[in-house]
Design a protein around this ligand. Structure first.
Ligand code: ATP
Ligand code: MG
Ligand code: MG
Ligand code: MG
Length: 469
């Protein structure tokens, strides 16, 4: 192997340390003091207060490798070579210190000199009016102008409401024509060919309430690069799943199923989804989130249950998924000691949830099959909302799962009907609530585990107590 993911991560941090950055450890996945965010979803997320001036950073230059969860990418997992629920984002940040020129030059230098990537494969996107970025890439770095592409506000301008904002520039790597979705697949296509690797955000404006973009006195840099993607390119493999971050996991799964990783697209997808989802769930539980019916706990429950469903496609025995945890700990436990420390609890939670879900899954699938048959006979294509709700409420079948199975079979679900059934049930539960014994799905074992890991930083528990119906 050319370079291990450990070496890549290490080299990134060392490179920016050599440029006087303070190396900070990854923050937990559960945001601290930020009710607007469910999960830390980018390297800059823990530093928001440094960017908007509410707090003073420990150094004006900072670098990290941050664990992130993005639930908006769940559907992409396994379908693309490059999206995960949990991934690591490598980042360098400037709080009113260096700006565009250094950020671009260092990103280029790191990729070409430290990672030894071939810059003739680079495609650069910039914001259409960012002449400064164009000049740096073309005249200072020497990227041919044909491969520096101007994009609009949607793609290459970062802003959330009013306040600090600015253009960004992204570095993509052309994987070659074999990866294209068609013969005329061009840069800008969403397929796996032109792989987005690194996003450099230049926070240089302050957007006022009147819609004016005023130059910021203190300009900031915020960059983010997916470690798994970078590793796939450096290691010369087709997808993130063939890197050393994932391969031990897929190999381990392979030892327990009769299906080969390459057997067919569905089987490969199942391997990938399981590997991805158990990684995500392992890290989330490691940071104190437990499966439940609300908020973060619901996200974890949904991800875990999705993994159970894919495990069924591989005929994996139940319970099995918890056995993957030590493999993950082996790969990443030294960098993220929290998963090493909580290995046993993580295994217990996954095992318990998987067993419980398998039982309901068998029952739920049968009910869904009957429903579909009934719709078929009546020439209908939409599964009624109240039925979707019953599956969710009584059989523990997440709505998304019903939707997914329905979609596979060419059916839709009545979303609005589901939502109103849900609202009705919430109102009923609120009225009927008598004590604090809230999560009706909670088993005795669950409570034991919860007590075991019920430490002050254990935010998932607090959320469950305060928000569950
Ligand atoms: P994409 O367009 O591929 O979905 P993005 O534009 O949403 O990525 P950014 O928000 O710019 O991603 O994040 C910075 C970097 O983090 C990306 O360039 C990529 O390397 C990595 N990244 C983003 N989302 C994921 C994900 N779901 N899984 C793995 N890596 C990711
Ligand atoms: Mg994205
Ligand atoms: Mg993108
Ligand atoms: Mg991007």
């Amino acid at each position: 192997m050319t370079m291990t993911s450990k070496e890549i991560r290490q080299k990134f941090l060392e490179y920016f340390e050599s440029k006087e950055h303070l190396i900070l450890p990854s923050a937990p996945l559960v945001p601290k003091d930020d009710p607007t965010l469910l999960w830390i979803n980018a390297g800059m997320a823990p530093f928001k207060s440094y960017f908007d001036g509410r707090a003073t950073p420990p150094n004006t230059r900072v670098s990290n490798s941050q664990k992130c969860i993005r639930t908006n990418d769940i559907e992409n997992v396994g379908n693309t070579a490059r999206h995960h629920t949990l991934f690591e984002m490598l980042g360098n940040f400037s709080f009113g210190d260096y700006f565009k020129e250094e950020a671009i030059k260092w990103s280029y230098e790191f990729l070409t000199e430290e990672m030894k990537l071939d810059s003739s494969k680079f495609w650069i996107s910039i914001y259409k009016d960012d002449e400064e970025a164009f000049d740096i890439w073309v005249n200072q770095i020497g990227i041919p102008k044909e491969r520096v592409v101007r994009m609009g506000k949607d793609e290459n301008f970062w802003e959330i409401g009013t306040g600090p904002c600015g253009p960004c520039s992204e570095i993509h790597y052309d994987m070659g024509a074999d990866f294209g979705c068609s013969d005329d697949c061009k840069f800008g296509c969403e397929c796996d060919r032109y792989r987005e690797v690194w996003n450099l955000v230049f926070t240089q404006y302050d957007l006022t309430d009147d819609g004016e973009y005023n130059p910021l006195p203190n300009k900031n840099i915020d960059t983010g690069m997916g470690l798994e993607r970078l590793a796939s390119i450096v290691q010369g493999v087709d997808t993130n799943y063939e890197t050393d971050l994932f391969q031990p996991i897929t190999n381990f799964i392979g030892e327990h199923t009769e299906f080969d990783y390459q057997e067919n697209d569905d089987i490969t997808m199942a391997y990938r989804v399981i590997a991805d989802h158990i990684r995500g769930v392992t890290f989330a539980i490691g940071d104190g989130v437990l499966p439940s019916n609300e908020g973060r706990g619901y996200v974890i429950r949904r991800i875990l249950r999705r993994a159970v469903r894919y495990a069924k496609k591989l005929n994996l025995k139940v319970p099995f998924l918890h056995k993957i945890v030590p493999v993950i700990v082996d790969i990443m436990g030294d960098v993220y000691p929290e998963i090493t420390e909580k290995e046993e609890q993580i295994k217990k939670v996954i095992k318990n949830e998987a067993i419980r879900f398998q039982e309901t899954l068998d029952q739920g699938i049968q009910i869904l099959e009957e429903l579909i048959e009934e719709l078929d006979q009546n020439n209908q294509e939409i599964i009624p909302g109240d039925k979707v709700f019953t599956l969710y409420d009584t059989y523990g079948f997440p709505k998304e799962l019903t939707e997914e199975i329905a979609k596979e079979r060419g059916y839709k679900i009545d979303e609005a009907g589901f939502e109103s059934a849900m609202a009705e049930q919430r109102a009923r539960a609120r009225a009927a609530r008598e004590d604090h014994e809230q999560d009706h799905a909670e088993t005795k074992l669950f409570k034991e585990i919860r007590n075991e890991i019920n430490k002050p930083e254990f935010v998932g528990y607090t959320m469950m107590e305060s928000k569950a119906d």
